[in-house]
Ligand binder design. Sequence first.
Ligand code: RIB
Length: 300
Amino acid sequence: MYDYDLLVVGSANADLVIGVERRPAAGETVLGSDLAVHPGGKGANQAVAAARLEARTALLARVGDDGHGRLLLDSLRASGVDTGGVLVGGAPTGVALITVDPSGDNSIVVSPGANGRLTPQDVRAAARLVRTSRVVSAQLEIPLETVVEVVRSLAPGSRFVLNPSPPRPLPAEVLAACDPLIVNEHEAKVILGGAEVGDDPGEWARLLLAAGPRSVVVTLGARGALVASAEGTGRIAPVRVDAVDTTGAGDSFTAALAWRLGGGASLAEAAAYAARVGAVAVTRRGAQESFPTAAEVEAL
Ligand code: RIB
């Protein structure tokens, strides 16, 4: 009935990555490693991660008619992503300036470029793609009104997964469609509207669920994750590995979770599998290059 296990609607960026001993403070200059250019962007990352797990995956995105756009299309196609929905032109390809420190943590500044030109009209024009996908996932490196249009275009019975990154307040109709809403600690606090929410992730999950999503996943990095739905809450144990680069690991978690949910797994089962996918990803450098195959996840 569905042509795709997962349709990702989202961003595609060229990641310009420099390793640093520590991040510079305001007004400071530090020296770093040689520059590495990787295919990235939260949307393209999710699509590549899912396809590498053998999900039938398509991407609706926009890149520029430039070298970075071709880098991204090559990576997507090499991973088996259907790129028929990747639009070309209108602005330069999005770029992410990324520093990675010795612990593997990163800081990212994104220039959206063509991602900012992915419009609600582009979603309407891709209606067939949206309606023939079992699960549709999105993030917030594209305009919010485009994500709203995705929600309005979903086929009855298909599932919507949102990682609101970078975070911003969400309209009720988007929150109500999320199954699940996937947030890290920072994103949870922004979606909940700031300071008075305390430091208990279980409380964030409860408050987020009360805001409208059908289910919620709170990722806690090395502390694992929490899942919450009308069926109850649960804790997902962390998978212990030595991290070298966390870039894109959250995207691979979301993709794996979305794919497993579409295959009938429970929220807790899907999150446990996704935690293993993310754990492999942090042991390798870059975003898309770091994502494991299903066999590599099994071997962990
Ligand atoms: O989530 C990681 C991604 O965030 C990077 O690949 C970068 O492009 C930014 O979008």
